[in-house]
Each structure stands twice: as structure tokens, then as C-alpha cells.
Design a protein around this ligand. Structure first.
Ligand code: NAD
Length: 279
């Protein structure tokens, strides 16, 4: 069986080309994405670098507001509130990880929902229940984008999501429900994970454990979306054992170069949407 490798880099570059054209339609109007960073973290720097590159490509200005690692919740909230009021700020992103003692939810929850380009405020998260909000969580949008790209029919498909975090697993499950897939959500409390994953026409894995899902846990021909990013001695790997999955899957996202670049493209799309553009 030939497997369709869902190349995120190539797809993201096509998305960015469309976004660039949309951004050009705004003319001289500034589009500014403000990035709040607290302290320094090597993994976050990689993600930030990718965001900067994508922003430059699309024609969005990414402006950094870096706070010292000692900044507490109050100090970070001060910056968020100022940017909420600043008409120059189109979108706001708070880079993670945050220092110990600072809850991401408290900080992200304070962002003006219309500038919340990560789709993390209670308003945008809550809207996920009703429909896809204009500013939807980026990784969930990216996963759906890649499933769509595979050509699989959502309606009636058995979809299994492994991982139930607020930022990834739960919104993906909702987006699949909106498209009338039959959705099972697995998590740390799930007994016999393989029993569920084996039934999946669409399998989304977002856990953060290298090679948790192996080829024998995948239904032949399934669409496999690997969201995990794990740094190992062999470099970056996903949650799916890529080699054995390739033997059975119908379509699969590699790691790196799968969902990651699409997530960044969705962040840029949300930033343009925050200007009011219909895109
Ligand atoms: P999280 O730690 O918040 O959630 C992990 C989830 O996995 C939980 O629902 C937990 O119950 C479940 N889980 C843990 N062990 C399990 C097991 N043995 N069997 C079944 N379920 C299990 O993680 P997260 O923030 O959702 O991130 C998940 C992964 O996705 C991480 O590797 C993260 O780096 C990656 N990620 C990638 C992107 C991207 O753009 N590609 C974006 C966000 C997160």
C-alpha cells in the first residue's frame, strides 16, 4: 500500500503565499503581532524563530516584548493590558514556557479576545463548542487542515484523538465532531489504547511521548496526524513510531515537518483575521 506523506513544509509555504496576497490587499495598514517572552528557553527560541520567519514571509511585523525570567504574573499582565489598549497591536502571543508560579491560563486569559491569535482566551475556547471561532487554537486548526488535505471523508469516519489537553486534544475532538466524525478521545486514563487506535480511520496523537503509537496500533489505510514533538538523542521525533506506521497508514504527517509548520501558518492566518480580513 502506498502511503501519502502529508508534507507540512510545502503545504505551509502554499498557505503563506495565499496569506501574503491577502496581507497585500491591506496596503500600508500595519499588521503587528506582539510576542511576549519571559526569560529565555531554547525550545521556545526555535518556535519563535519559525514564527519570525513566517511573519516576514507573509508581511506581518513580529515585535518582541521580552521580560526578565524574574517577571511575575502582575508584571506580565501589565504588558498584556497595555497591548490590549494599544491600537498598534493587531495580535498578541504569549510564548511558553512561562516561569514557575505563572499560570499560562491567567496570562492568556487576559488577552483581548479579538487580539487572541492563539485562540486561547475563554471566549475563543468556549466558542469552539458552537462552531469554529474566527480565532481558533492554531494546532487544532492545523491538524484539521492536514486531515482535510489527505482527502478522507470526515462524515461518519471513526476518529480517535489521543491526548485531551485544552490547547490541542479537546479542540481537535470538537472540530471533528462539527464535521460529523464519530469521535473517541483517549488519555492517560484510557485502558487498552490499542483497542481504540486500531479502529481509527482518522488517528490524531497529541501526547508528548516518543513512539507511543506503533504500526500494530494503526488501522491499515488510516490517516495519522502526529502532533507530538519530542526531543530525543536521535533528534526531534513525534508520538508515532514513524517507521512502523509507514507500513500501514494511508497518510501520515512526519515529525518534524508535518503539523508544526502548519501551526505557525495558522498563527499568521489568525493575525490577519484579527485585522478583520475574511480569510
Ligand atoms: P499535555 O501534556 O497538555 O497533554 C498530554 C495528553 O496526553 C493528556 O491528555 C494526557 O492524558 C495524555 N497522555 C499522557 N500519557 C498518555 C498515555 N500513555 N496514553 C494516552 N494518553 C496519554 O500536552 P499538549 O500540550 O497537548 O502537547 C502534546 C504534544 O504535542 C507535545 O509533544 C507537544 O510538544 C506537542 N505540541 C505540538 C504542537 C505543534 O504545533 N505541532 C503544538 C502544541 C503541542
Amino acid at each position: 500500500m502506498s502511503v501519502d506523506i502529508l508534507d507540512g513544509r510545502e503545504t505551509a509555504s502554499k498557505i503563506r503565499a495565499r496569506l501574503r496576497a491577502a496581507r497585500e490587499s491591506l496596503g500600508d495598514r500595519p499588521v503587528n503581532l506582539y510576542s511576549i517572552e519571559v526569560g529565555e528557553n531554547p525550545a521556545a527560541e526555535v518556535y519563535l524563530r519559525n514564527q519570525k520567519r513566517a511573519a516576514r514571509d507573509v508581511g506581518i511585523e513580529l515585535i518582541e516584548r521580552r521580560l526578565p525570567a524574574t517577571a511575575d504574573t502582575g508584571a506580565i499582565l501589565e504588558v498584556v493590558h497595555a497591548l490590549n489598549e494599544d491600537p498598534d497591536a493587531t495580535g498578541i502571543i504569549v510564548q511558553r514556557p512561562l516561569p514557575l508560579g505563572v499560570e499560562a491560563r491567567d496570562v492568556q486569559g487576559a488577552i483581548d479576545p479579538h487580539k487572541d491569535v492563539e485562540g486561547m482566551t475563554p471566549m475563543n475556547m468556549g466558542s469552539v463548542l458552537y462552531r469554529e471561532p474566527r480565532l481558533a487554537p492554531c494546532t487544532a486548526s492545523a491538524a484539521i487542515y492536514m486531515i482535510q488535505r489527505s482527502g478522507v471523508d470526515f462524515e461518519g469516519a471513526e476518529a480517535v484523538v489521543v491526548g485531551h489537553s485544552e490547547i490541542v486534544g479537546k479542540p481537535i475532538a470538537m472540530f471533528l465532531l462539527h464535521r460529523l466524525s464519530t469521535v473517541t478521545v483517549c488519555h492517560i486514563g484510557t485502558r487498552n489504547l490499542k483497542h481504540h487506535t486500531r479502529r481509527a480511520d482518522i488517528l490524531v496523537v497529541a501526547v508528548g511521548k516518543p513512539k507511543l503509537v506503533t504500526g500494530d496500533m494503526i488501522k491499515p489505510g488510516a490517516v495519522v496526524i502526529d502532533i507530538g514533538i519530542n526531543s530525543t538523542k536521535d533528534g526531534l521525533v513525534g508520538d508515532v513510531d514513524y517507521a512502523s506506521a509507514l507500513e500501514v497508514a494511508g497518510a501520515i504527517t512526519p515529525v518534524p515537518g508535518g503539523v508544526g509548520p502548519i501551526t505557525v501558518a495558522m498563527l499568521m492566518r489568525n493575525t490577519l483575521r484579527a485585522t478583520g480580513l475574511e480569510i
